[in-house]
Design a protein around this ligand. Structure first.
Ligand SMILES: [Zn+2]
Length: 194
């Protein structure tokens, strides 16, 4: 069995890279404006783009979007679009975290994370951007676990209905794969400082 199941493939409108459609961002036109269709639920024609500033900028240039969407679309401000996209992605991840919480596959706090790490139950961990390296380094097993930086302690805490959360782990399973995939997409925008 392959390590990663291949889903339907799509081509980035900007760089022509072929990728799993879930690794790209679907763009659709709503009332003449381009919107990111993260869940792929908007009807009508759509195009796909890599979640990178470079491809988003290229997609917005040269009438590519209007051609791809077969209608005249206002390109708008790319930086604003990218920032909005990043916020949308963060919200999508937060709602997945809620699902994980309800399903009992999310643990929060250094002690709980360490315990699940030791039992090899954690798929990956998420740390707040303002969690100090010193407190992250205190966990003996964290280094071998994949780590994503997501939000800051207050926002991560608020997302989970708590005051402040510095570190969480998601336990193995389908939800963990979905969340990890969203985090990679989100990270590819964040890395570019959008
Ligand atoms: Zn691309």
């Amino acid at each position: 069995m392959s390590e990663k199941e291949q889903g339907p493939q799509r081509t980035c409108i900007a760089c022509r890279r072929e990728a799993d459609k879930d690794d790209l961002v679907r763009l659709a036109a709503v009332n003449g404006r381009v919107v990111a269709d993260l869940l792929g639920k908007l009807g009508g024609r759509g195009v796909y783009v890599c979640p990178s500033e470079k491809c988003i900028a290229a997609a917005f240039g040269n009438e590519r979007l209007s051609r791809g969407l077969k209608q005249k679309v206002a390109s708008g401000d790319i930086a604003e679009f990218a920032a909005g996209l990043r916020e949308l992605m963060a919200r999508r991840i937060v709602s997945l975290l809620h699902m994980a919480q309800k399903a009992g596959v999310l643990v929060a706090g250094a002690t709980a994370v360490e315990e699940r790490c030791n039992k090899n139950e954690a798929a990956f961990m998420m740390v707040a951007s303002d969690l100090s390296e010193r407190s992250a380094g205190k966990l003996p097993d964290v280094s071998r676990l994949r780590r994503f930086v997501f939000l800051d302690k207050d926002r991560l805490g608020a997302a989970l209905g708590r005051e402040s959360v510095g570190i969480i782990a998601i336990l193995h399973g389908g939800l963990a794969r979905t969340i990890a995939r969203e985090l990679v997409r989100y990270g590819s925008l964040a890395d570019l400082g959008v």
